[in-house]
Every structure is written in C-alpha cells, then in structure tokens.
Write a protein that binds this ligand. Sequence first.
Ligand SMILES: [Zn+2]
Length: 89
Amino acid sequence: MESFECPNCMVGRCRLEHQTFVTRYGKGIFCAPNTEVYVCDMCGYHELPHRVLTLFDKLLKPPDTNYTQSPSSSAILSEKTNLKKLSRM
Ligand SMILES: [Zn+2]
C-alpha cells in the first residue's frame, strides 16, 4: 500500500484513500467523488497526489483566458461590423 510519513505531524503515516474531495474555488464549490487522497492516520492531514492535482488544475482553470479571449472577441467584433454594413444597405 502506498504510504509516506506525514509532513504535518511527522508521526502518522499518510495512506491512499478514496474520498469525496470538496474544495472552494472562486464563487463556487468543486466536488470530486471517489478521489484519491493521502490521509494521515494520526492528525487527519490530507494531501492530493500530484496526478490528481494536475487533473484538478485542468478542470478548475479553464484554458488560459488570454489565449481564448482574443480570438473570440475579434470574431464578435467582425460580426458586429458585418451587421452594421448589412443594416445600412
Ligand atoms: Zn499527520
């Protein structure tokens, strides 16, 4: 079984468990059922495995906003200009 010394209390051992992980992000709550979490059997400290963290990172943070905003806003602008041209005709 995967386990390591607890970095919080240095006494217990963190073991891999499956839990419903709930965290707040922004104005909402993110809930992930049956998530792999390392839980300390002494102090209750819990830590997410790196692979779960990276997965949540992708889920919680939509692809870079700077990257997605510029093409879509320019598309809207061109649509508006097309409408103006049409209404004048
Ligand atoms: Zn601990």
